[in-house]
Design a protein around this ligand. Sequence first.
Ligand code: AIR
Ligand code: ASP
Length: 265
Amino acid sequence: MSRRRQIYEGKAKILYEGPEPGTLIQYFKDDATAFNAQKKGTIQGKGVINNRISEYVFTRLNHIGVPNHFIRRLNMREQLVRQVEIIPIEVVVRNVAAGSISKRLGIAEGEPLPHTLLEYYYKDDALGDPLIAEEHIACFGWASNEEMQDISALAIRVNDFLCGMFSAINIRLIDFKLEFGRIWDGDYSRVILADEISPDGCRLWDMTTGEKLDKDRFRRDLGGEEEAYQEVARRLGVLQDDPGPSEVFDLNAHRGKLRNSKTSK
Ligand code: AIR
Ligand code: ASP
């Protein structure tokens, strides 16, 4: 394979230059980090599963008219996406108290919130992604008021859709993180959903047992993270043996692992 230019390496993904201007290749790693990368590890097969889950979710979001960067999956670990100018804000949508809001405000984990809450964090690893108010976003010009209206409306639509999608497979969507980017058309720009949607950035609890099916298994040393991610993929119906557009070779490398796991079909 020809050498590709790497554009960016994050904690769980690498972005390479795409085949056409305005496109990128998003590569999903097995690396996992938590607590602003103070804790590091790997979740075997996570990249393959997150690539599939994110493909599935972004495709369905596209069908309901949520504009996003996903173009198509290329192989086991890569997808072609539109290049965007990332808005340096992490949008967290919360339905039920857990994680940092429970800690910060002393609300028991699992307590449903009176209504869905949107929070914004400034995307800056060196600062540990601090919680910010909309006023900070306006004051420092990280996004315009118009863009924030679009972002909040899209985040709520994504939440409505995901709550339904997960409840159909007996999963409760506790909270999740979204990232948005700008695309330009001449002097004109609009915001679209970017990044990924996977158990790395969502809290997903089994509705019957309350079992955690997301990255909290890694963050909190609960074990069974591979199986949890596979379980989400299996329930969504995205872990068949279909090799996708190409990369049969790559699939074979993973086939034994996925077949032998107890949660795969
Ligand atoms: N999240 C936030 N920053 C990175 C990630 N992955 C996600 C978490 C969780 C939600 O945002 O995975 O689903 C809220 O995280 P926290 O730590 O603020 O409670
Ligand atoms: N903020 C991310 C998480 O906990 C990763 C990290 O902090 O290193 O999911």
